[in-house]
Design a protein. Structure first.
Length: 218
């Protein structure tokens, strides 16, 4: 007997948020054309919850992981809500996604698409997103120079007080796996100089590189 075909649809779901509140979400689903049964994926529910939270705050859903990375602490030796190199931020966001993917949760949170580049994977919208978040007063992006060579300079990206307060609100609604993974990735990437980060990501994810020639300290 035919089991019917499954087609894409959307459905309302009542669930409990990570801060223990009942919330109602409109999520992607599939519906059996014969039985009428509807199925949803848990990762879709988790992602839509975070997307909804981001939009309520007036930001894009893909901004959520940026604020989370900046907020994450690297350990007792570092308690600043910042990243010293944009190159590091790019790779932190990439590894945040990839490490969650290893847990089967890569699509359980909103994130940017990653494009192949000379410098390894880069979030497709990172430049405009940083400019927009800066314009909203959530982050500051400053140039930090420590030497006279052209490459002796980096972008210092920090949460503002306003951005930190918003990130705190997100933390109460963030799945524990994502929080832990983000902190681990920030500690792993943040302690390496840009050439070491480049070598690591090119070695582990060669499909995202176009060349080994470019080193960057943005």
């Amino acid at each position: 007997m035919s089991q019917g075909a499954w087609k894409e649809t959307r459905t309302g779901v009542a669930t409990v948020s990570w801060d223990n509140k009942t919330i109602h979400l409109d999520v992607p689903a599939i519906k059996n054309t014969k039985t009428g049964k509807i199925r949803v994926r848990l990762e879709d529910v988790a992602r839509v919850e975070l997307e909804t939270l981001a939009r309520e705050a007036g930001i894009e859903p893909r901004d959520f992981p940026i604020l989370l990375v900046l907020k994450a602490q690297m350990g007792g030796f570092h308690n600043k809500e910042e990243v010293q190199f944009q190159y590091h931020l790019n790779k932190m966001l990439f590894y945040q996604w990839k490490e969650m993917e290893k847990l089967g949760l890569g699509e359980s949170f909103p994130h940017d698409e990653f494009k192949k580049a000379d410098r390894g994977p880069v979030p497709a919208n990172i430049e405009s997103d940083l400019a927009r978040l800066s314009g909203l007063g959530l982050i500051s992006v400053e140039r930090h120079r420590w030497g006279e060579r052209p490459r002796d300079e980096s972008k210092q990206i920090k949460l503002t007080t306003k951005g930190s307060e918003l990130a705190n609100k997100f933390l109460r609604r963030t799945p524990e796996d994502l929080m832990a993974t983000t902190a681990e990735v920030k500690a792993m990437i943040g302690t390496l100089p840009p050439p070491s980060v480049k070598e690591k990501v090119h070695r582990e994810y060669p499909e995202f590189r176009t060349t080994y020639k470019v080193e960057d300290s943005d």
